[in-house]
Design a protein. Structure first.
Length: 156
């Protein structure tokens, strides 16, 4: 009876296994690698960045999700077709119209990190979905001056 307990103890000391999920954080850094913002994220959790498109002058949302501890661009949402905005879905993607918006889903584009310059007119805003269908929002200009680069990544 004691032998299985001893063996289990030896195995657990030799091969430590965490019963908790790995802790992940969305980290936003400036060009000097100073962390300006950090938020705990879970595997599969998503966030968006909304901005005003320079040509269409309407809001665009790009949505990123955490998969395997890395960021992936998953979908884009916008209101009007315009220069620089997709006009059709590519292979593996789907395009649909929902209310007054156009959604293109299925990008699943791996982005270990990406950089956004805080817009002077674009009003870049981080969006974190809440359970009630609304968002917690953070304007990027609260983190850095317009024109400044901000790099987004997941840290472990």
């Amino acid at each position: 009876m004691l032998l299985p307990i001893v063996l289990l103890l030896l195995v657990s000391l030799t091969f430590p296994v965490s019963l908790q999920a790995e802790e992940l954080h969305l980290v936003v850094q400036d060009s000097q690698k100073t962390v300006l913002f950090q938020k705990e994220m879970r595997e599969g959790q998503c966030f968006g960045i909304r901005f005003i498109h320079s040509v269409a002058k309407s809001p665009v949302e790009d949505w990123y999700c955490v998969h395997d501890g890395t960021l992936f661009l998953e979908k884009t949402v916008y209101q009007d077709f315009g220069a620089g905005l997709p006009h059709c879905a590519e292979a593996g993607q789907s395009m649909r119209f929902e209310k007054d918006k156009i959604l293109i889903e299925g990008f699943h584009r791996k982005l270990p990190e990406f950089t956004v310059r805080v817009g002077r007119i674009a009003e870049h805003t981080l969006l974190f979905p809440k359970d009630n269908g609304t968002y917690d929002e953070l304007a990027l200009k609260e983190l850095a001056n317009p024109g400044s680069p901000l790099t987004f990544a997941i840290s472990r």
